[in-house]
Design a protein around this ligand. Structure first.
Ligand SMILES: Cc1cc2nc3c(=O)[nH]c(=O)nc-3n(C[C@H](O)[C@H](O)[C@H](O)COP(=O)(O)OP(=O)(O)OC[C@H]3O[C@@H](n4cnc5c(N)ncnc54)[C@H](O)[C@@H]3O)c2cc1C
Length: 402
């Protein structure tokens, strides 16, 4: 009989070296498991670096129940977000040498001067010092007949436990290309079609408006769809709108578009004022030209006035009651979603019914899936990275205790 000391370590193969995988590797017990990350690109964490290009928004600072409520379905995400909260993430980063701060928008970033590549390298150093092996240029292509992991290079690997962390299907250049969906579908796993999320959406502008205003922001606006209202910023694009105020509606917009509907959203150009206040301010102005009143008395900027004119007709300025109402709820018709590859994240992926509450795939022995490859949604604001980190942590903890 083997003495406990001579017992063979179980092997854990983590396929994909993105956010979820790195967190799992950071927390898994390397005394208990021999852990290898197989990444198809020449480096890990490429999407993490892309995410950092506009400022690396690592998580969001708010009460935990507010954070959980931003996810779809929140009931699926709450266990991992409770197990590894936004505060836990910040404390853990501090423990490996990365300090963070909360920005004015409640978003959490590394402190000034710390670049995304430094954060990534610090995490990778931490993992490798623990004894996790990282292999690059290892593109996983499926399983052999005997159940070994198969790589494009021809190698086959026997693994006690497999963790799939292959990401979503946007920004293919980072390696997150979604081609794994065929492999899993062939195994009988339900993989829902990928759709762009946190992406631009199409609106039919006239050509002159589109060319004049593309790239211009609409700041401090609110945007509603059904009961949900988001505040923030929009940017006009040649073919529609983008920005955090619309990204946060992507899940519902895509649902409506899937059902074949055009989606009508309502844009509030002055969320800080009521319809009555706008009306009163307008009719008490000493100016005569409507555009001057909007600009100088109501403090509505040029781009907002242009979009108002673009979406309505001149008759609107003849009825100030209707004008005030429209400033609070300008209808915007969304016609389509932007390209998947340019989206910040994707909807679709492994149907949540295919995994148990430890992310174990029901149809494949000892195989787990974490991160964006599962079909959940979060808006921008650090929620995506937090969700992936929390899943990685929770699975590591579960394996450590198994
Ligand atoms: C432009 C942009 C900006 C973003 N900004 C933010 C932000 O500010 N805050 C935020 O929270 N989130 C942001 N995100 C989203 C966030 O980066 C992702 O949600 C997150 O990286 C997903 O993590 P993941 O671990 O699921 O997969 P990924 O990080 O995508 O990693 C998956 C890995 O698997 C590898 N892989 C895929 N297939 C194979 C295979 N067959 N064999 C081997 N390896 C494979 C890939 O090469 C990749 O390295 C942004 C994304 C983009 C594109």
């Amino acid at each position: 009989m083997d003495s406990p000391d001579l017992k063979r370590q179980k092997t854990v193969s983590v396929i994909g070296g993105g956010v979820a995988a790195l967190m799992l590797a950071s927390h898994i017990d390397t005394q208990k498991y021999s852990v290898t990350i197989y990444e198809q690109k020449k480096t890990v964490g490429r999407k993490f670096l892309v995410a950092g290009e506009g400022g690396l928004n690592l998580t969001y600072h708010a009460p935990l129940n507010h954070i959980i409520s931003q996810y779809e379905p929140a009931s699926f995400m709450e266990s991992c977000l409770n197990a590894f909260t936004h505060d836990d993430l910040r404390n853990w980063l501090t423990s490996i040498g990365i300090e963070t701060f909360v920005g004015s928008s409640h978003r959490v970033f590394p402190v000034g001067g710390v670049k995304p590549i430094t954060v990534l390298n610090t995490i990778v150093d931490h993992i490798t010092q623990k004894g996790v092996q990282i292999l690059h240029h290892k593109r996983w292509v499926g399983w052999t007949k005997s159940g070994d992991l198969q790589f494009e290079s021809g190698d086959c690997v026997k693994s006690d436990i497999t963790v799939l962390a292959l990401g979503g299907a946007s920004w293919k250049v980072t390696g997150s290309n979604g081609t794994w969906s065929n492999i899993l579908s062939q195994q009988g796993i339900q993989v829902n079609p990928f759709q762009a999320a946190n992406c631009a959406f199409g609106v039919k502008w006239d050509t002159i408006f589109a060319t004049t205003y593309a790239g211009k922001p609409l700041k401090n606006i609110a945007l509603s769809l059904g009961q949900k209202i988001t505040k923030g910023e929009l940017v006009i694009t040649e073919s529609g709108l983008e920005g955090n105020a619309i990204y946060a509606h992507s899940h519902s917009i895509q649902q409506e578009l899937r059902e074949g509907n055009h989606v009508t959203m309502y844009l509030d150009l002055k969320p800080m004022m009521t319809e009555e206040q706008l009306y009163t301010k307008y009719i008490t102005s000493h100016r005569s030209k409507p555009t001057d009143i909007l600009k100088h008395d109501l403090n509505i900027d040029k781009t907002a006035i242009a979009i108002l004119k673009q979406m309505t007709d001149k008759a609107l300025f003849g009825d100030i009651r209707i004008l005030a109402k429209t400033l609070k709820a300008l209808p915007i018709i969304i016609t389509k979603a932007g390209a998947i590859d340019q989206a910040i994240s994707t909807l679709g992926g492994i149907d949540l019914d295919e995994v148990n509450h430890h992310y174990q795939l029901k149809g494949i022995n000892n195989c787990y899936a974490i991160g964006e490859m599962l079909d959940w949604y979060a808006p921008t604001g650090g929620y995506l990275i937090q969700g992936c980190f929390s899943m990685g942590y929770r699975l590591a903890n579960y394996l450590n205790e198994s």
